[in-house]
Write a protein that binds this ligand. Sequence first.
Ligand code: SF4
Length: 362
Amino acid sequence: MEKILRILLDDVKNGYRLSEDEALDLFRVRDRHVWEISTAADEIREQRVGNAVTYVRNQNINVTNLCVNSCGFCGFSKKSGDDEIYFHDKSEIQKKASLAKEREVSEICTVSGLHPDFDLGSYCDVYRWIHEAAPGIHLHACNPMEVAYAARKSKVSTQEVLDAMRDAGLGSMCGTAAEILVEDIRKKICAQKISTEEWVRIIREAHKMGIQTTATIMYGHCESEEDVVQHLAILRKIQDETGGFTEFVPLSFIHMNTPLFRQKLARAGATGREDLLMVAVARLFLDNFRNIQVSWVKEGIKLAQLGLLAGANDLGGTMFEESISKGAGATNTDYLDPVEMQRVAEDIGRTLRRRTTLYEMI
Ligand code: SF4
């Protein structure tokens, strides 16, 4: 095993493209060889993007937590009649956007449930309000589920939705709502969400229009290693065709307050081994991605730092306001000071660099 693994990792370092079966073998490693895989991924990270640890100064604006869907892994969404429902109107959204501008963020990210009364016009209004209050800020918003929802509610095509959103100021799109791109798993964890086929179609459509997106996976619930590899293979194929993904962001399942965990349909999140291997094998398998992010919100800053030694090169955003992971039970999710990011980067001999959403260095 040891020798075969070493040969395989050497081949990958020399440009060999990992097959799905080989990636599966790597995800199944349970012993000290996790470190060898991580080290190989770290070397490839260095070859591909150098030694900077990047971050973006960003702020979320949560528009509403009311949502027509009921995803089993979600601790954020509320239904009419629940306590603690919120829906921010124009003045509140603009107040938050102005505050983001004062904080000198370069990116605002909107996060929202699928409000029962939303249509395409509602999304475009929010984007315009944000640009009015915070001109020049990059708006990273909307995911394929929201695009499909706006299209259905306004009875237009998804292409028309993307056109209208771009006219309203959408800068790039979130690659969330991907979860696991395997139908059997989607039926268990998010049956009302768009299908894998629809997610892929909308992402391709956005990329072809020049709208770049992130790519994500949500893992650590009820998926198998085969499902993870199938998901990564879909992302790699899209990236071969379009080159439109800015980065890959693994999102470790936060289980505490979720229906899926309460009903014993999911495990209690990924282990540290799984978190590290997700970053490392993604770096090895996704040979057409420059950037792999570790989410300090999902993993905590200490494990995120180890992810930076296992193939990741980006720490994500400062945040300032975060509700999704907090709703699911995560703590310390609101803000990470770049001073702390710098300490984490320098501690492993790397340099912190601020970037834009689309990875231009500031
Ligand atoms: S994950 Fe998104 S779509 Fe699903 S219930 Fe939560 S807010 Fe709604």
